[in-house]
Design a binder for this molecule. Structure first.
Ligand SMILES: CC(C)(COP(=O)(O)OP(=O)(O)OC[C@H]1O[C@@H](n2cnc3c(N)ncnc32)[C@H](O)[C@@H]1OP(=O)(O)O)[C@@H](O)C(=O)NCCC(=O)NCCS
Length: 174
């Protein structure tokens, strides 16, 4: 049974394989966390450990001084030594994130899709969001992203409205 865990340097090989899959994927836009990394550089164990340390540090309020920064908990959906997906919980929202981004975002690597992972991963994340003080999570999704809308609705998401190309949902975290 997969579980949500903190990012760890131990999963470097699987993480980089997942990134390669995301980059080759033609079904969805490349997730921003994939564009945020330089895979050749991260083949170095020390550099990968530094990347993981940065991710873990993003949970702290003091990590970013930029106006747009909000603390964010990144979690990896893992079975054995395989990273199947990732999920991030923003601890609070800015006016921009209220429109696009929301509290929770997730990505499942292409080879692991359509096996229920995103649905299970979001379910596993809701109590964690609750523990971070988020009683009602806001999720935004492209109106055309049928799969992600199903994931949200299966987890109790209530449709609020459409802002531009994004549908917004509320999900109670209890
Ligand atoms: C969207 C995404 C997270 C779905 O992950 P997944 O693990 O395949 O989702 P699940 O297996 O839990 O499937 C959820 C539902 O969507 C359906 N589904 C999955 N992929 C689908 C597709 N390509 N077309 C239509 N329906 C699809 C499943 O059949 C399932 O339906 P059900 O609840 O009626 O049984 C994954 O495709 C992905 O990472 N896409 C790129 C990033 C992204 O879009 N992230 C979400 C941003 S809001």
């Amino acid at each position: 049974m997969p579980e949500l865990i903190d990012p760890t340097p131990d999963l470097r090989t699987s993480f980089l394989a997942a990134v390669a899959e995301f980059r080759a994927d033609r079904d969805y836009p490349t997730p921003w966390f994939v564009n945020d990394v330089d895979p050749p550089a991260l083949t170095d164990a020390t550099a990968f450990t530094a990347y993981v340390t940065r991710l873990l540090g993003e949970q702290d309020e003091a990590a970013g001084r930029a106006e747009w920064f909000v603390p964010m908990t990144t979690l990896w959906w893992v079975e054995g030594d395989q990273m199947l997906g990732r999920l991030a919980i923003r601890h609070r929202l800015t006016p921009a994130l209220e429109k696009v981004g929301g509290h929770i975002g997730y990505d499942v690597r292409p080879s692991a899709r359509r096996q229920g992972h995103a649905t299970a991963m979001l379910a596993a994340a809701l109590p964690i969001a609750r523990s971070l003080g988020i009683a009602e999570a806001l999720l935004t999704v492209d109106a055309t992203n049928v799969a992600s809308r199903r994931v949200i609705e299966t987890n109790g998401g209530r449709f609020i409205d459409t802002v531009g190309e994004k549908c917004r949902y509320r999900v109670t975290t209890t």
